[in-house]
Design a protein around this ligand. Sequence first.
Ligand SMILES: O=C(O)CCC(=O)N[C@@H](CCC(=O)O)C(=O)O
Ligand SMILES: [Zn+2]
Length: 350
Amino acid sequence: MAVHPVLAAAGQFLHLSRTQAELFNQPQSLSLSDGTQVTIHAAGIIEFAPINAATQAILLSCGIHGNETAPIEILDAMVQDILCGRLVVKHRLMVQFGNLPAMDIAERFVDENMNRLFSGAHSKAPGLVNQERIRAKQLEDCTRAFFLKDLLPRCHYDLHTAIRASKNDKFAVYPFLHGKPWKAQQISFMQACGVNTILLSNSPTTTYSYFSSHQFGADAFTVELGKVRPFGQNNMADFAEVTSTLRALVAGEALNLPDYQDDAVNLFSVNQVINKTQPDFRLHFADDAPNFSDFKQGELLASETGHEYRALVDGEAIVFPNANVALGQRALLTVAPVTLQQANEGKADV
Ligand SMILES: O=C(O)CCC(=O)N[C@@H](CCC(=O)O)C(=O)O
Ligand SMILES: [Zn+2]
């Protein structure tokens, strides 16, 4: 029997997806020698089912923004190791490489920011079709089918890197939970990944992690693993903790998570979500101000015709400032420190 092209290519699924996408025009299945079942749904979308009964369904995504390369390199190596039998999955696993055309041009996106197109936003402008909208729907469809296959506990870690430097190099956005408690165990999992700064989101969004969290009850995060760099220019030693923890997770190994302690984590709640509504939107701090730079109450952070946006409390910090987003989109988040107990006040026990 002919060897499947991904095995003939030593597990280089991402490389084949980017250079010979036509190989994956139709969904296809194969078995690995250790019994793992592999389903390739499309270029850049691959699913693994272990030989044993799984106890979790794990979705790992990267490259939703095409120039955020470190997560792509981390998951590319993981998929190669699984396909070559060097890493054996013990749970159901889907890995998605999001925006392949944007990777090819080393840009965040081709036509539109894909991480604003989930929870159906891809189809909310009738007549507007572009490759990000088509792909966001395809990713959603695969995720829905993957999670709804059974009732196993679900998680989704959507891996990114940030545009600017950050006072806290690695951080994660915990999507809005609609009043459910934030989980200490999940925050400890992030810590084990080397991510000790967590932003607790306070409203629904059209991001991918919110989609999985809200629609499927998955433990989900958008994980920022440092600063954007071109392919091949990441120092993989910077990602040792996230790499080994994610590998241990999919391999069903003991994770030995630290007990949750407030003083080991920087927890922030979102104070303001500032959207750009006018073409003259501008930021009032240095272009190179890192994420988590903090301001005094009343300091001017941004302005546009008809609006001034100021820090509401002392110590309010900026995250993801970007004046170049499309009208109507988020141009800045501000956050303020919080403890887990304060954040979970009045909610059921964690
Ligand atoms: O560094 C930046 O300005 C953006 C980095 C990035 O892509 N962040 C995500 C965060 C998504 C979330 O809020 O969950 C994004 O903006 O899509
Ligand atoms: Zn991103």
